[in-house]
Write a protein that binds this ligand. Sequence first.
Ligand code: NAP
Length: 290
Amino acid sequence: MTIATEEPGSMKPVLITGASSGIGAACCEWLLARGYQVFAGMRSPNEDARLKQQYGERYQLLALDVTDAESIESAMNIVQSRTDGKLSALINNAGVAYSGALETLPMHQVRSLFDVNVLGTFAMTQACIPLLRASRGRVVMMGSISGILAAPGLSAYSSSKFALEGLSDSLRNELKPFGIRVTILEPGKIETPIWSKALQQLTTKEEEMSSDGHSLYQPLDDFYRHYAANEKATPMSELLAVLQKALEAQHPKARYTVGRAARIRSLLMHLPTALRDRLLQRAVPVTSDD
Ligand SMILES: NC(=O)c1ccc[n+]([C@@H]2O[C@H](COP(=O)([O-])OP(=O)(O)OC[C@H]3O[C@@H](n4cnc5c(N)ncnc54)[C@H](OP(=O)(O)O)[C@@H]3O)[C@@H](O)[C@H]2O)c1
């Protein structure tokens, strides 16, 4: 990997969405420590006093709901007014994760997931392109291993992350003439609050669904409960190392799969579909007959 020789960060402005928790909060702190000016987008801005004290004006909170056009417009006005109209990078991180058999997923959950994960990413990218063009900046998408390999019970989440793969592939070539690089990160499991939120969503879904649906797919829900609580996670440091490549390598890759488990899972895509399906069926029980 070749890293650009200039001072890392050097006050370059970066906007990250979903900076209130998990990966977004960790990236925000890493970016500040590395010398970037960070616009930390949050639905409910909650200033971290420690970061403010340590980094002062380089840490800028931004009220930002990626599903709300007015919120995006006011956030972009603030970014415009506090930069010289240039943005070095947009990190599209905001996201939600819901699991459950499609038959049992309330449509309002599916819609809100697509609103955040897909349409929110489209809207933020659209709003930032002029500022990114002005500095030949970078777009980083927070994809997922579920955007490469679609397991049963993840139809909504996986298809939203597959959509980000398509978006990244298309944009990479669309924005190349302007010198804007587009990279998608594909992490496996990382320990963040997304997992407790996913458990909460499973409970809400079960309360809303019929008892038929509940008994038919209970093993699938139990599998994801167990996965959320017990599956070994990739350390956040691996994701941050890859973020550095996406932001600072002279020639960043189109995609980076993050973590050993995710890299092993991505290999399954090279198998014939019938064999891959058999392995997935064996690994993920759907009904009690499995
Ligand atoms: N953790 C993993 O294992 C993993 C693996 C692969 C990919 N990812 C992806 O990584 C990204 C971050 O996830 P995480 O694990 O850090 O989860 P997290 O801790 O739950 O953080 C998600 C962030 O997205 C924000 N968000 C949700 N809806 C939003 C909206 N409408 N507008 C703006 N922000 C919104 C949340 O804000 P609130 O605090 O206001 O809800 C929160 O800041 C997601 O895109 C996720 O799909 C995570």
